[in-house]
Design a protein around this ligand. Structure first.
Ligand SMILES: C[S@@+](CC[C@H](N)C(=O)[O-])C[C@H]1O[C@@H](n2cnc3c(N)ncnc32)[C@H](O)[C@@H]1O
Length: 328
């Protein structure tokens, strides 16, 4: 980003955003023209890209690598998700795009060619089985899918070697993604975010108010870019908050050792944090006191959490902690 947005650009971006808020995005295929796609790619898709970078950083920290050589970007929009995946994994040699919008597929293909000229875009044949060695990439699509398209996507997903899926960090979208996890869990190893392979603990009735989501910091280069503050001001939203939900599955992979994960937004109180932890035993609220676990307390303050911890919890309080499974 450099110079400010024009009046016309703000009008277009407002239109795009309103569509996502008022439900007129249902069914997809709404992209009007290339200008709209380009503005989306430069703004909202950048924020989605930062969420993908957070997921890909976590996978790198865990030394996880895909076996796939091919990506299918489902509901590709401008293709930001597959571009981030290509940036992270050199083993991917081709990408197929699919979207109900032909304009989106054209745009995504062109943008990928600009950034990754050596990677070909190959056609997606929805009548054929998914080719072996395909990674399914899905980003911010679930809340647009009618039931039939949702069921078709699950059937497609079952055929993938790996699945990398990122959604908005809202209660509704996280819970839709949890339903996907539960539908696919028996056919895949759950790589992330779950620190266990059992049924999702968020689904327990006492956790109805909770959802599985994480935050990544607003990048400092964007914080210094006047266009982001102009956009936030004009649209009346805080663009710096970057909540996301995600799911990474792989066929026949080694199980990540069972551990605990801290979900959502830890709440700081005097001398302690209130946390929501996820582990094989379930999702539960616990307290982390500065005097018991000073390193964890500091990490919570700085919002620099590891993806997984070995936590010792006694009477609702964390009394011991170690990072788990991280190769840094
Ligand atoms: C919010 S956009 C996200 C685009 C892109 N994945 C991203 O993360 O920026 C949702 C995209 O899903 C597409 N879409 C909606 N329903 C679809 C369906 N049934 N099949 C394929 N694509 C669909 C829309 O056309 C749109 O491009």
């Amino acid at each position: 980003m450099s110079t400010g947005f024009s009046r016309n650009e703000i009008t277009v971006l407002n239109r795009v955003r309103t569509r996502f808020l008022d439900g007129t995005n249902a069914g997809g295929g709404y992209w009007k023209d290339d200008e709209e796609l380009a503005l989306y790619d430069d703004t909202f898709a950048q924020r989605i890209g930062w969420k993908w970078e957070a997921v890909l950083r976590e996978l790198a920290a865990r030394a996880w690598q895909p076996r796939s050589t091919r990506v299918l970007d489902f509901g590709c929009g401008t293709g930001v998700a597959s571009r981030r995946v290509l940036g992270a994994f050199r083993s991917i040699r081709e990408v197929a795009f699919t979207d109900v919008s032909a304009a989106a597929i054209h745009f995504a293909t062109r943008r990928m060619r600009e950034e990754f000229p050596a990677i070909p875009a190959v056609p997606f044949d929805k009548t054929a089985p998914l080719p072996p060695g395909t990674m399914l990439v899905v980003s911010h699509v679930l809340n647009e899918l009618p039931a039939k398209a949702h069921a078709q996507l699950i059937t497609l997903a079952e055929q993938a070697e790996e699945i990398l899926w990122v959604e908005a960090g809202t209660h509704a979208d996280s819970r839709s993604l949890i339903a996907v996890r539960e539908a696919l869990r028996s056919k895949f190893t759950v790589i992330a975010p779950c620190p266990h392979a059992h049924a999702c603990g968020i689904l327990a009735p006492e956790n109805a108010a909770h959802w599985c989501h994480f935050f990544t910091p607003f990048p400092s280069h964007a914080a210094q870019d006047a266009r982001w503050s102009q956009l936030g001001r004009e649209l009346g939203i805080d663009l710096r908050a970057l909540p996301y939900s995600f799911l990474v599955l792989q066929k026949n992979a080694a199980l990540f050792p069972e551990a605990s994960r801290i979900l959502g937004t830890p709440i700081e109180k005097k001398g302690h944090f209130e946390l929501l932890t996820c582990a094989a035993e379930g999702v539960r609220e616990v307290i982390a006191q500065k005097r018991d676990v000073p390193d964890l307390f500091r990490a919570l303050r700085k919002r620099e959490l590891a993806p997984a911890y070995q936590l010792r919890v006694e009477a609702g309080k964390v009394t011991g902690v170690n990072k788990s499974g991280i190769s840094d």
